[in-house]
Design a protein around this ligand. Sequence first.
Ligand code: MG
Length: 405
Amino acid sequence: MSEIRSDNLIGSLDAPATPTAGAASLPTIAALEAHLAPYAAHSSQSRGRRHHEPPPSARTEFQRDRDRIVHSTAFRRLEYKTQVFVNHEGDLFRTRLTHSLEVAQIARSVARNLRVNEDLVEAISLAHDLGHTPFGHAGQDALNECMRDYGGFEHNLQSLAVVDDLEEHYGAFDGLNLCFETREGILKHCSRENARRLGELGERFLQGRQPSIEAQIANLADEIAYNNHDVDDGLRSGLLTIDQLAQVELWRTHYDTARRDYPQIEGRRLIHETVRRIINTLIVDLIDTTSRNIAQHAPQSLDDVRRAPPLVAHSDAIAAQAAALKRFLFNNLYRHYRVMRMANKARRVIAGLFDAFLDDPRLLPPNYQTPDASRQPRLIAHYIAGMTDRYASKEYQRLFVVDGN
Ligand code: MG
């Protein structure tokens, strides 16, 4: 255990934000973030927003970002977008919304232990999938294929487009006008070509730099969340079996100890007991390994973090086990014939809609039509990407089924 972790005892993590002398009854922003480590992202030192706004009162800049994301239309759409299973397949499967909430929970746990900015990791986690199409990865692949001659489609860039331009919530600007650090965290990947046109936000991809620790945490929390909830959903759906999972070391280890500790439990309770142990192991390993990396590189500022190698990481042993679980899910769940059938249907719906709209843009709602033909494909992509699974299916029916309405 590194020295950084050892002073992160629960008592110090909850240090109250006391108002400074002479201040009004509201705590100052500095007091709200006084517990953060020097390498954390401090909202008072943010690179700012694209459009100038007066600072918030009673909350930090990153809290304001988090709040804007929760109130956005795109966030509510996540409830009806596929993670792996299409929304109507069952009420208990993860959707993009519950996935994002699980990512935020994991990311905040890690952030608090590392004394970095929980509000920023929460904002990034809740926003990280805002740009996803309906029907999960099959939908994104189909839309990317449709957009091949028009600049392609990539869900990270689309998430950025949602928060920068597409949300219509504020009188003074398009989008949510989020802080640089939140936008930086949302943009997890980016091609060099796109990075060049993104200016300051794209620089790190050209210079080989890292984003904040908060962004790195959200990225790995995403993996921890989906690897585990996909096991849970895979078992619930019957597409995976416990016998199959025995070949995965990470599962087998915790399944065996759960059975040893609670010989009387079985079924759902045994699955949940196993999954929670795996999640806990991954989180604790991430905190420990990252604490060691931080101690070794001793960053004194967010700029030091950006210049350092990636600091948020699993140990080699756990990374190998997590990778094996991921491979298992790829081969046995994401390539399961029933998932493939759904993906095939999704491709037809997305490609069918795109082709019909491109062929005759007058079929589009007026606010997605443009006299500038070169912009039309991108507007169609924005329209389709914003659809929920159900809306896309209905729209397909309206266009292609004679008695559809
Ligand atoms: Mg995700």
